[in-house]
Design a protein around this ligand. Structure first.
Ligand code: FNR
Length: 393
């Protein structure tokens, strides 16, 4: 078996650049102004988004020499009681059909092909069942935007459909009960969930409980009043602040499998996650799209790992753009990294093949970074804080 890097060199010609910093500008040229604003945009002045990136540069990798290893590093990692070949997964991103007509089908197929778990968003432009089909025998996890407790029947319906369709873990996003203050979308007057083509609500419109609720209330089918239905679905999945820590028990009752809470940024909240008995957390600030002037996600990672890392699985995202970033997050204690915007740029640039190019590039870069730094594997035994130095202290 050749290294990912060697496979990379065998590409006759890559679908687009191997330079990670070129993916965003290249994709920007391909996208509509609305789609561009939606994916690139951050909350407010963009301060949190910038800090996410700057935090990575405060840490540097210390390369070791003459380390005798058995060969290329073992990149596997253990999360949720299972070993996975690579320590990355595809982050949940909604309304992917605005970036490429194949949307989630393309990204779910690429993830399965590359052996990377796929997290499907509740806000997908494709139904749960169709994403599952495209993902085939890949590992897939479902991300919940959690309806308020008056809509428990809809939550239960989404969870049982996800289970039925082979989604094996539940990621519950806690930082997006309403969308952030996003000037790019506001300048464009753009809400991807309220487009006239209804791309943004396909996952909701395919839900039988949501459909019958709507009919009961309005006396018409969704198809007869698409605008109201889209508004109602959006209100259902972004219900405003409506849950407390006690409500986690409801999810545990209705989801038979691991539960991971996404959007944790403080030690206090991480400890609450242990207390309510979930299986994991994602240290994430939604890529800087929710709270402006917030902390960097990587900056909080080591403290959170110190507090709870031995009690649940710590996933990480926000700001990862290259292989070295994955190495740093893992060294600071993450067990797996979620890849966000980069694969969406791949989707915009080349559909399924574009997503695959991004995932493989990141993994090849990560593999070679470890190898050249004399780090024998991605497990905490080798990839830990000893391989990093803070250069700003
Ligand atoms: C997201 N993210 C997100 N998260 C989630 O839980 N459900 C969702 O539907 C979405 N949708 C979404 C759309 C777009 C366009 C972006 C860019 C992001 C957040 C995502 O899962 C992840 O946390 C961030 O993308 C990570 O930050 P980076 O890697 O993009 O900096």
């Amino acid at each position: 078996e050749k290294s990912i890097y060697q496979k990379g060199l065998q590409y006759e010609r890559p679908p687009f650049s191997f330079h990670p910093e070129q993916w965003e500008p290249a994709a920007e040229q391909r996208m509509s102004a609305d789609a561009r604003g939606y994916v690139v945009g951050n909350a407010g002045t963009g301060e949190t988004g910038r800090k996410n990136r700057e935090a990575f540069k405060k840490w540097s990798i210390l390369p070791k020499r003459l380390v005798t290893t058995k060969g290329l590093p073992d990149l596997s990692t253990k999360v949720l009681g299972q070993r996975f070949p690579f320590p990355i997964c595809v982050a949940p991103v909604g309304v992917q059909c605005i970036f490429n007509p194949d949307g989630e089908r393309a990204s779910a197929a690429a993830a399965a092909r590359d052996g990377v778990p796929y997290i499907m968003s509740t806000a997908s432009s494709t139904s749960i069942e169709d994403v599952a089909k495209a993902n085939g025998d890949g590992v897939r996890w479902f991300q919940l935007y959690w309806p308020s407790r008056e809509n428990d029947d809809i939550t239960i319906s989404l969870l049982s459909r996800a289970k039925e369709a082979g989604f094996s873990a539940l990621f519950v996003t806690l930082d997006t009960y309403i969308l952030g203050w996003r000037p790019s979308d506001m300048d464009n007057g753009y809400n991807p969930f309220l487009r006239s083509d209804n791309i943004g609500v396909a996952a909701g419109f395919s839900d039988p409980v949501f459909r019958s609720r709507f009919k009961e209330k309005h006396g018409t089918e969704i198809e007869d009043d698409l605008h109201s239905a889209a508004t109602e679905w959006t209100g259902t999945i972004f219900p405003g602040l409506s849950h407390g820590w006690d409500d986690i028990q409801f999810l545990k009752k209705h989801w038979d499998g691991p539960i991971i809470l996404k959007g944790i940024q403080t030690v206090e909240d991480a400890k609450m996650c242990v207390e309510v008995g979930v299986d994991g957390i994602v240290v994430s600030n939604h890529g800087g799209r929710q709270v402006d002037g917030g902390v960097s996600s990587l900056g909080m990672l080591p403290r959170i790992v110190d507090a709870v890392g031995d009690k649940l699985d710590v996933f990480f995202d926000s700001g990862i753009r290259a292989g070295a970033d994955i190495a740093k997050a893992m060294a600071l204690g993450a067990k797996m990294c979620l890849i966000g915007r980069p694969y969406i740029y791949g989707l915009a640039l080349g559909g399924e093949g574009g997503v695959s190019h991004v995932l493989k590039s990141l993994l090849g870069d990560f593999e070679l970074t470890l190898h050249l730094a004399g780090i024998e594997s991605a497990s905490p035994e080798h990839l830990n804080r000893d391989v990093l130095i803070r250069e700003d202290q």
